[in-house]
Design a protein around this ligand. Structure first.
Ligand code: SF4
Ligand code: FES
Length: 351
């Protein structure tokens, strides 16, 4: 069994284990973040680059460092390998850069986004984001398209992690959506705007690391931190029937899968992921439909749990951050210091 040392902690793992999974075996702060890798979806990983790590010793047989940072989610460990994640200034610097890249096109609309409070990019933004941007170009935007009555697609928020396409491939019986076009024009879409109707399609919402796919039956109903999550189960002939019901008082506002500390669906005692069907997710909102097991804690990494919303906010400096601009380029306006729009500050130079 190969032994790998990550940030000074040594662990023995099965041959073929990736650095990321070896780190998860150790647990704690040294685990690299992951935006596209999802252990329950075959083939995922290798897209977002937030999990890059520094390999300071390739193996016992080859003690040389690997010159470039490597994606920990798809690099297998070798015996004697030494890896730096949190202890590597290079990695920390790179991660800041990746977050900056991801935020080039991702709108900063957390205050109105249903994913806020449980968004991996929001969490990364708090940890690695910078207060200003160097990006002066126009952002990539997409026309809104309708993919059915249950899932809302906000393509502007998508980071193209491909997780939802793996759900479509591996969980649903007929896949009708995927990534079309390439490069800057790549987008998640359903060809000729088919509705996504497969019985397991709602799981796409749960694997989306950002707010690009949200639940239309919950949209704008409440901020997640006002709800109390409970483990609950019901007899279901389509899925395992084990879910989390998010309640406000005695009302169920939404139903999701149970997620682990890496925001992935939990597995049952036989190691089978506990995906849920659309009937449990959208149609069982009466507490009488469920046997409530007990209250859950908010996720460990959540910005809610870490009290980050309680930190003092920095003053907005006018002229410093083009992310404060909104609207079409020809009538972009700025938000003033007290948060109100000042039309006289309309920009004409497109900066
Ligand atoms: S919609 Fe969400 S899950 Fe799908 S590729 Fe975009 S970010 Fe990933
Ligand atoms: S999690 Fe490794 S590249 Fe995205």
């Amino acid at each position: 069994m190969p032994k790998v040392t990550i940030d000074g902690v040594t662990v023995e793992v099965e041959p073929g284990t990736t650095i990321l999974n070896a780190a998860r075996k150790i647990g704690g702060d040294l685990v690299p973040p992951a935006m596209c890798y999802y252990s329950k979806l075959n083939g995922s990983g290798g897209k977002c680059r937030v999990c890059l790590v520094e390999i300071t010793k390739a193996s016992e047989a080859n003690p040389n460092p690997i010159p470039k940072l490597q994606a920990s989610c798809c690099t297998p460990v070798a015996d004697g390998m030494e890896v730096k994640n949190m202890t590597s200034p290079k990695v920390q610097d790179m991660r800041k850069g990746v977050v900056e890249f991801l935020l080039i096109n991702h709108p900063l609309d957390c205050p109105i986004c249903d994913q806020a409070g449980e968004c991996d990019l929001q969490n990364l933004g708090y940890n690695y984001g910078v207060a200003t941007t160097r990006y002066g170009e126009e952002r990539r935007t997409f026309e809104r398209i309708d993919i059915g009555d249950k899932i809302q697609l906000h393509m502007n928020r998508c980071i193209l992690c491909y997780r939802c396409t793996y759900v479509a491939d591996q969980l649903t019986d007929h896949r009708c959506h995927g990534v079309i076009n390439r490069g800057d024009a790549a987008e998640i879409s359903t060809y000729i705007q088919n509705a996504i109707t497969n019985e397991m399609s709602g799981n796409m919402i749960d694997v989306c690391p950002v707010g690009a796919l949200t639940d239309k039956t919950f949209r704008f109903k409440s901020r997640v931190w006002f709800l109390k999550p409970y483990d609950a189960h019901r007899e279901c002939d389509k899925c395992c029937g084990k879910a989390v019901v998010w309640m406000f008082g005695k009302e169920i506002y939404r139903v999701t899968v149970r997620k682990d500390e890496y925001h992935e669906v939990e597995s049952d005692e036989n190691g089978k992921p506990m995906w849920i069907c659309n009937t449990c997710r959208y149609e069982k909102k009466d507490p009488a439909d469920w046997v409530i097991e007990g209250v859950r804690k908010h996720e460990k990494w959540s910005v809610i749990n870490q009290g980050k919303y309680m930190k003092g906010t920095e003053k907005v400096v006018i002229d410093a951050d083009p992310r404060l601009f909104f609207g079409r380029p020809e009538d972009r306006k700025r938000i003033s210091m007290n948060g109100t729009v000042t039309p006289e500050q309309t920009l004409s130079d497109g900066k």
